[in-house]
Design a protein around this ligand. Sequence first.
Ligand SMILES: [Zn+2]
Length: 535
Amino acid sequence: MRRPDLTTRLPERKRNMRYRTRLTAPAAVLLGTAAATTLAPSAHAASGGTAKGASGGSAGQGPETLGDPVYPNLGNDGYRVSSYHLDLAYDATTKLVDGTATLRIRTTQALTRLSVDSLGLDIRSVRVDGRTATYEQVDEKLRITPARTLRAGTWTTVCVEYGADPRRVLSHTAWVATPDGFAVCPQPNSAHTVFPCNDHPVDKADFTFRLTVPDNLRGVASGALVRTENLSGGRTAYTYRSRSPIATEIVQITVGEYVIKDRQGPHGLPLRDVVPVARAAALEPALALTPNLVAWIEQRLGAYPFETYGLLPCNSDDPAAFDFTGLETQTLTLYKPNYLLQEERFIGSHMMHELVHSYFGNSVSPGTWADLWINEGHADFYGLLYRYERGWADSIGLTTMEARMKNTYARGDQWRHDSGPVAAPNEANLFDSQRYLGGVLVLYALRQLVGETTFTAIERTFLDRYRNASATTENYISVASEVAGQDLSGFLRDWLYGTTTPRMPGHPDWTVTPVTARLAPQNRTAGHHDNSATL
Ligand SMILES: [Zn+2]
């Protein structure tokens, strides 16, 4: 797997940053039993970690960041996760979850302590290579001190036992509690409210899920079903395994009164929808659209990258159950069910958007959250192409890509002013239209410049090269230049990072509307990302 080395971009300030240690009485409760006796935390414990050079020298504490420009507190360094085994049991009476997360990791430096991301989990025990480890929960980090220092470049198993309450109120959460269970929407930074993890898309890993549920419920997760166990006490355990690595932000785990609807996609691709029993008939017209959507996108981007695809219309009518219409959780896209009850012309474009994420966003994950435009720009680009090809007018009544891009182009400077350049978001404006339609505009400009044949070759080369890995904006620029046989870095950097909108190739007559002080913020409620033009 290719992984951009984020540590090289880590500002010195961050590397030396001291983390505040909260050791008030309630926080002390979070300390493990062993920790309480052997660990003596103090205000000066917890430096942000040692220099990367520790791999060749003395052991240190793993950095509690991967240096992400949008979410600097997300992720941890000093190791990479190879696989997660999540063993979760749902109790329908208490509506609580008991979990065991087993992480197979490989150290990249010698470690006296490492951290994983964790929020709102009741940690009960931590073992490292089978031995009890001390731990403490500080902010959104679970700090783990193994009994023995971990040498650089070695395989280690970290096992965390914990409890979780899908209804717990947190500053942010991935849990979607439903009357009959739950689903999860981890993007961008909330997988660690469901399981302790290295919660950054640069550290993708293999996943196995074992979900134990009462017999009347179904547990389903990303990947394919590999085992069903009938257990005593009226319980069943379903084990799912992913064939390809998954970024933590797009894991799906769900429990509820679901029926599995199997169907066939192109060239025998197994499609699998997970549908609320009571809504199965009503949702069937939408679900039946998937095979043709897959066939259409495969003609443009090549073979669908995973072992299966399907939709999970989650069993909730709550309009605030989660703050977007659909989320591309790998192999099983999460949807609000009522959205899918509409006619094809109102949903087909967005269903294409979510399907495209299997390629851009899932098979190739963003290297940092500043690269989100690669996910959303491509998803909207192909989603809109599909819409106009089918003759469906978009939400502002336009019927061609050219007309929509001319309209978007006019807003270019205002969006750069309000939401930052396309590839330079911050946490507050991350999911603004600039990442969606703004990204489409960049791709359209590139296609205008190099022509459709070369553009398609760029897309396919990029997908091929970074399949099952993560890629940055710089990676996309490099592939574009290489495939086009010309240095496109200046052209693309102007489009991606410029504060004003460049000229559109082939459309010298297009004009940009001058910036007004400030438009109303675009749906800036926390985490909202319904800015797709395919809706
Ligand atoms: Zn999207």
